[in-house]
Ligand binder design. Structure first.
Ligand code: NAP
Ligand code: MG
Length: 398
């Protein structure tokens, strides 16, 4: 059988621990036998990030800007314990944070739906895609502990030195304060990414903030979305038969559980962080959630939504065979291959990505799956297998 050819590379960002093991297995067993794979490889494993003073992360993001499609393995975000474990010269920042800041994107997370693995919310029949704004707010905050009475103010200083002030609080005793920000350009690109993604999937777009309480901050998000929708997307949405729907965040949360799914839910950074974990675990498992960063620069970065599955890795180091669920990481690869195929008008590559996804779904629906899924599935005679045997079953279905 001749292998499928590629004209442009995909940026490959390798990662850490158990997902690094899965990464190699996916390439060796599910991709390389069929595709003459072209990638530009960056090793984002913690050891190499430390060795390159994290330059490799920056290089990989620049390569993504050049080639437009990347696939990323989960990576460790170091904390004090990891600094010791890996003997790091610095507590390197989250690679995802660095990459998102350079690509300025929106993260779309979608659960992979399988017949027989039923969401906890019984109404949900179709996937809910969560669109998370990936810049600013509490993730780029400045905060202070106040040890006693005093006046806290917001101060904005213009280049000419003039100041604008707003009282936060007159403290009569100890307390805490926090300053957060966002930029019009980042919110605008968030809105464009959401409207474009909704059109590409032909699904309704929901957006929600707390604009009744936050009359300037959150209201600005609402206004930007509304302006762009009215001026640039209303007709396109009507033609595609889809809707843009704005409501308050608490109303959105209450409605989401009553709907049957099949829409995109856009959230501010913090809401998106919390709600994507809620939506993915309510759909079944973090290991079945795909994630893509869509940047206004026309760039797509695919990954799994879960981390490096540290506990499984330590068991693997003690000699246990890999048993983790590779599905979200396989879908990161298939997503990148499909997008590469689409951008390069390479139909064979696109169809390969689709075939791989179908084979995975078919394998699980036939009752062959890893232990995390067999625990929660209602398929008769479901069998829990290790990662290697799961790959063998997928290959047979391909
Ligand atoms: P995790 O890797 O998401 O895993 C948490 C638990 O969820 C696992 O112990 C496992 O539960 C279950 N799980 C997750 N993915 C699974 C899979 N594919 N198959 C089977 N079970 C799966 O989170 P963590 O262990 O708390 O974090 C480990 C490291 O990942 C951290 O250093 C963190 O910085 C990093 N992280 C990276 C990213 C990223 O790069 N995108 C995202 C999040 C976290 P059981 O042990 O009960 O089986
Ligand atoms: Mg989270």
């Amino acid at each position: 059988m001749s292998k499928i050819q590629m004209s442009t590379p995909i940026v490959e960002m390798d990662g850490d621990e158990m997902t690094r093991i899965l990464w190699k297995m996916i390439k060796d067993e599910l991709i390389l036998p069929y595709v003459d794979l072209k990638t530009e490889y960056y090793d984002l494993g913690l050891e190499n990030r430390n060795k390159t003073n994290d330059q490799v992360t920056i290089d990989s993001a620049n390569a993504t800007l050049k080639y437009k499609v990347a696939v990323k393995c989960a990576t460790i975000t170091p904390n004090a314990q990891r600094v010791k474990e890996y003997n790091l010269s610095s507590m390197w920042k989250s690679p995802n944070g660095t990459i998102r800041a350079m690509l300025d994107g929106t993260v779309f997370r979608t659960p992979i739906i399988i017949k027989g693995i039923n969401p906890c919310v019984s109404n949900w029949k179709k996937p809910i895609t969560l669109a998370r704004h990936a810049y600013g707010d509490v993730y780029k905050n400045a905060e202070m502990k106040i040890d006693g009475p005093g006046k806290a103010e917001l101060v904005f200083t213009k280049p000419d030195g003039t100041e604008v002030r707003e009282l936060i609080h007159e403290f009569t005793g100890p307390g805490i304060i926090q300053g957060i920000h966002n930029t019009i350009s980042s919110i605008t690109s968030f809105a464009y990414a959401c409207f474009d993604y909704a059109l590409s999937l032909k699904q309704d777009l929901w957006f929600a903030t707390k604009d009744t309480i936050s009359k300037k901050y959150d209201h600005t998000f609402k206004d930007i979305f509304e302006d762009i929708y009215e001026n640039e997307y209303k007709e396109k949405f009507e033609k595609a038969g889809i809707k843009y729907f704005y409501t308050l965040i608490d109303d959105a949360v209450a409605r989401v559980v009553k709907e049957e799914g099949g829409f995109i839910w856009a959230c501010k950074n913090y809401d998106g962080d919390v709600m994507s974990d809620m939506v993915s675990s309510a759909f079944g498992s973090l290991s079945m959630m795909t994630s893509v960063l869509v940047s206004p620069k026309g760039v797509f970065e695919y990954e799994a939504a879960h981390g490096t599955i540290q506990r499984h890795y330590y068991r693997y180091l003690e000699g246990e065979e890999p048993k983790s669920n590779p599905v979200a990481t396989i879908f990161a690869w298939s997503g990148a291959l499909k997008k590469r195929g689409e951008l390069d008008s390479n139909n064979e590559l696109k169809e390969f990505g689709e075939r791989l996804e179908k084979a995975v779904v078919k394998t699980i629906e036939s009752g062959i799956m890893t232990a995390d899924l067999s625990r929660i599935c209602s398929i008769d005679g479901a069998k829990s297998v290790n990662t290697h045997d799961f790959f063998e079953a997928i290959k047979a279905n391909m």
